[in-house]
Design a protein around this ligand. Structure first.
Ligand code: FES
Ligand code: FES
Length: 190
């Protein structure tokens, strides 16, 4: 038997009330939680409100405009996003920005000073280490961390250090040669 118009209208109204009661609050959906953090990036202190879901590479690229750090895989596989966090190379795609609270971060933009390349950057150019260039910032940062603790690494030490930085064009020999040469440049024996 079909509803009378009044019964149908009343049921629709009940349904609307139920849906309204169970609708998630709009404010909850539109306001992700944030945290206030302070960190130093390339020697510059920043005080920021960051969304708790942001990764460090999102903070660097999207908020601080430091786009030298690249995103290749966005899942801890390629090393393109490598930066130094308190001197240690990390995948910035796999670190939350809030974890960098109080930290010192160095990106590829923090290598050269006043247009003067570091010996490592110069060695990359001299040895044709960059091909696509997309993976190069991450390789430079990992190699910088190595050279900070091993000033004159041999090829095996360089290979071991760079194992987490992929080069899809397989220019590995030139990259390793460049880092070894950078050690020699730093020692003034190039
Ligand atoms: S983008 Fe982070 S490891 Fe590939
Ligand atoms: S130089 Fe970037 S993938 Fe090889």
């Amino acid at each position: 038997m079909r509803d009378t118009p009044d019964a149908s209208s009343s049921r629709q109204q009940d349904t609307r009330v139920i849906l309204e009661q169970h609708r998630p609050h709009a404010a909850v959906l539109s306001a992700p939680s944030t945290s206030a953090i302070s960190l130093t990036v390339n020697g510059v202190r920043h005080h920021l409100d960051v969304e708790d879901r942001w990764t460090l590479v999102e903070l660097l690229r999207d908020q601080l405009d430091l786009t030298g750090t690249k995103v290749g895989c966005d899942r801890s596989e390629c090393g393109s996003c490598t930066v130094l966090l308190n001197g240690q190379p990390v995948y910035a795609c796999s670190q939350l920005a809030v974890w960098a609270d109080g930290a010192e971060v160095q990106t590829v933009e923090g290598l050269a000073h006043d247009g003067q390349l570091t010996p490592l950057q110069q060695a990359f150019i001299d040895h044709n280490a960059p091909q696509c260039g997309f993976c190069t910032p991450g390789q430079l940062m990992t190699a910088t961390a190595l050279l900070n603790v091993v000033p004159r690494p041999d090829a095996e030490q360089v290979q071991h250090a760079l194992v987490g930085n992929l080069c899809r064009c397989a220019n590995y020999n030139a990259i390793v040669e460049a880092v070894v040469a950078a050690g020699a440049y730093q020692g003034g024996a190039a």
